[in-house]
Design a protein around this ligand. Sequence first.
Ligand SMILES: N[C@@H](CCC(=O)N[C@@H](CS)C(=O)NCC(=O)O)C(=O)O
Length: 282
Amino acid sequence: MTAPTLRSRHRCYAGEVRFYGHKSTEVGGEMRFAVFVPPQAAQRPVPVLFYLAGLTCTEETFMIKAAAFEAAVEAGLMLVAPDTSPRDRRYPGDDESWDFGLGAGFYLDATATPWRDGYRMHAYVTQELPALVTQHLPARRDRLGIFGHSMGGHGALVAALRHAGLYRSVSAFAPIAAPSRCPWGEKAFSRYLGSDRGAWAAWDATALVEAGGRCPPILIDQGMDDQFLEQQLHPHLFEAACRKTGQPLVLRRHDGYDHGYYFISTFMADHIGHHAAALNAA
Ligand SMILES: N[C@@H](CCC(=O)N[C@@H](CS)C(=O)NCC(=O)O)C(=O)O
């Protein structure tokens, strides 16, 4: 596996924010990701927490807006944030809307043409990127956590549910919790996976839990003034599935908060603490 190319580096909280590019085999072109390397990594390999961003975001969004560095230094965690879709290789119609194609890979492995050739963001974030990061950075392969926001919050849940044992910790901000049953998900899944709804269940966190899928205890934060809550997010469906099957979940509902990064940054330290408890346990 060839080393990623360092595009820029910036001292930050006595650690470093770095931006990398590399040739991805899963995606079939250049992919970009950002890393926060905490100061502890100068002494020893540290646990890694992956963050999956939402629709329209890039690898830069989390680093600029999420206010995660202070808590990450306290916990000694490396933070890794990939881009949200392939961008190098282009597909007809991939830039026609902001909720499909570029910036909207939905962290699944597409099965419908032409998307199946490179829209393989699930394999990318669960296999290729962890291998790359743990090989080329001072990161522990046996201490991985994952979280994300909206499309990425859902991607984190699916990653943890589909790969029992890979992640020690998982959480989400305002995830698209039941994508088979909302307009964003129906649009994306029908194009990436085809019209057979039976095939969607393997990429839907609520359906995965209903089918007996298990992962480490989940923390979800949801703002009650989120403009997408009613139509798109449906956390109550995920909550009901977890309650029914015994999947541990803490779902916190916060009055007055919307869907954006002011909400995310408010509860970021709680999420880092949730991950640190599992990632730093003996
Ligand atoms: N472009 C959409 C909004 C897309 C959106 O809210 N994206 C969320 C993730 S689902 C986000 O994090 N946007 C980037 C940001 O807030 O900086 C709209 O006009 O309604």
